[in-house]
Design a protein around this ligand. Structure first.
Ligand SMILES: Nc1ncnc2c1ncn2[C@@H]1O[C@H](COP(=O)(O)OP(=O)(O)OP(=O)(O)O)[C@@H](O)[C@H]1O
Ligand SMILES: [Mg+2]
Length: 285
């Protein structure tokens, strides 16, 4: 299953929640977090990971094609066993790698989908802050489910009425989670017509563990409030899983070039098939 986690504004804890979801996914034989944040990754710094393998090496390898296994050659392991494909911390490099990865429907994004479609596999993609021009958008659009985190105060919620219908078009399974103090779930449901699935608990200790700052010598998705909530959301998303979505259509349908039109001299036909109007002298220019 391919699940994207995204925010629209601020830093509501998308990366932390992506790691929590993968760590607490029910019954997954293999779970992977792909950090696809065009603003640059955090996981490599948080967990002192090497610069490769990761998103950059995956994007380069995917250009040469491959199969569902390819993705697993571009992961590193967090303490506790979770596999991650980390983005480079530098935003320019992260954006370039992400753009290259999603550019080719079959060799890039298609490989991610293939990996996620294997039995018992869940791939959680942290798309970061997504706007309509974001290079992470094609991943969100081809996910089986999308988790949208929004802070619950008025400033952030004000963006939702405009953006929620767009997110709903991207994903068949959009899930809204509130973060932090502010409006209640009932108020948001009433005002937006979309009931949030819940409110991410404020849990600095649980979040610290998921950010590589272990509270105990042994790292692991502890039984924190955040971990328990992530497990609940993961269970809900897994239960909603639908059959594999068809491949999304190519972003741009190429216009077939016309090289010849019966009965018309080749020089009079442009590449788009438009026949220029005859000039005043009766000659096509
Ligand atoms: N549920 C939580 N309770 C308390 N602190 C949290 C929670 N989730 C995340 N944090 C903390 O908030 C900070 C930002 O979290 P995170 O990096 O996950 O946010 P983000 O939305 O991915 O941000 P960015 O947009 O910069 O990528 C981290 O220090 C993390 O430990
Ligand atoms: Mg993040």
């Amino acid at each position: 299953m391919l699940v994207s986690v995204l925010s629209l504004k601020g830093s509501p804890g998308a990366t932390t929640f992506a790691v929590a979801l993968a760590a607490r996914w029910p019954g997954a034989s293999r779970a992977l977090v792909v950090e696809a944040d065009p603003s640059g990754g955090d996981l490599a710094l948080r967990f002192s990971l090497a610069s490769a393998p990761g998103l950059v090496s995956l994007a380069a390898a995917a250009r040469r094609g491959g199969d569902a296994d390819l993705v697993w050659h571009h992961t590193q392991e967090l303490p506790g066993g979770l596999q991650v494909t980390a983005a480079p911390p530098d935003a320019e490099q992260a954006r370039a790698a992400l753009s290259a990865l999603v550019q080719h429907q079959t060799s890039g994004l298609g490989l991610l989908r293939q990996a996620a479609a294997q039995p018992g596999v869940v791939v959680i993609v942290d798309c970061g802050r997504v706007d309509p021009g974001s290079p992470g958008l094609p991943i969100a659009r081809s996910s089986d489910a999308t988790v949208l985190l929004s802070r619950a105060h008025a400033d952030d919620l004000a963006h939702l009425p405009r953006r929620l219908p767009t997110v709903a078009r991207w994903s068949p399974n959009p899930v809204l989670l509130l973060v932090g103090p502010g409006y209640s779930e009932a108020e948001v449901a009433r005002e937006l017509g979309v009931p949030p699935l819940g409110r991410v608990p404020h849990d600095p200790r649980g979040a610290a563990v998921l950010c590589g700052r272990p509270a105990t010598p042994r790292w692991g998705p502890s039984r924190s409030a955040l971990g328990r909530f992530a497990q609940k959301v993961a269970g809900e998303l897994a239960a909603r899983q639908r059959p594999a979505a068809p491949e999304p259509p190519p972003l741009q349908t190429p216009v077939p070039a016309l090289h010849a039109v019966p009965g018309v001299p080749p020089a009079a036909v442009s590449r788009n098939g438009v026949r220029p109007a005859p000039s005043a002298g009766g000659q096509a220019s």
